[in-house]
Design a protein around this ligand. Structure first.
Ligand SMILES: [Zn+2]
Ligand SMILES: [Zn+2]
Length: 154
């Protein structure tokens, strides 16, 4: 992969080393006075996030593209105890995943919008919060982009 291609895809945040890695240089947690809130489209599910995410990643794999119907997923990783449901409880739907182990996606029971998910690789203690459901998604642009090997791109 050339640097030029990476730059076009990833903007300024990514580095060549970041591609395809699932271990990241975690940034320092900077506690915010008031956590971010967010929720689903119909308003039944609302959540509050404590502090800043461990990392924000944009995954461009075919699985994420299919699931979101767009170019990439945008997930902010939070420890599960930093994600508080303040209205409603999402339903947890086990969805096929690339690893074959399935991921659990938390969706609004009414409008079915996905607000976060658990991946088996990261375990139940880390929630992948969908940045697009936050009230202020512009605060959390991706720290890295994850691109699949060229051979498996769609
Ligand atoms: Zn809803
Ligand atoms: Zn993906």
């Amino acid at each position: 992969m050339s640097g030029r291609e990476l730059g076009q895809t990833a903007g300024t945040a990514a580095s060549a080393e970041a591609i395809g890695l699932l271990t990241f240089p975690f940034r320092l947690p900077i506690e915010t006075e008031q956590g971010m809130e967010g929720g689903c489209t119909c308003g039944q599910i609302r959540y509050r996030l404590a502090g800043n995410p461990l990392i924000v990643h944009a995954c461009h794999c075919r699985w994420c593209q299919r699931e979101t119907g767009t170019a990439h997923a945008l997930n902010a990783l939070y420890e599960a105890d930093r994600v508080t449901h303040i209205a409603g409880e999402p339903e947890l739907i086990v969805t096929p995943s690339a690893s074959g182990k399935g991921q659990t996606i938390a969706r609004c029971p009414t409008c079915k919008v996905a607000v976060w998910s658990n991946y088996p690789q990261a375990g139940p203690t880390v929630r992948f919060v969908r940045v697009g459901t936050m009230d202020g998604p512009e605060q959390y642009p991706p720290d890295i982009h994850i691109l699949p090997p060229r051979s498996s791109r769609g």
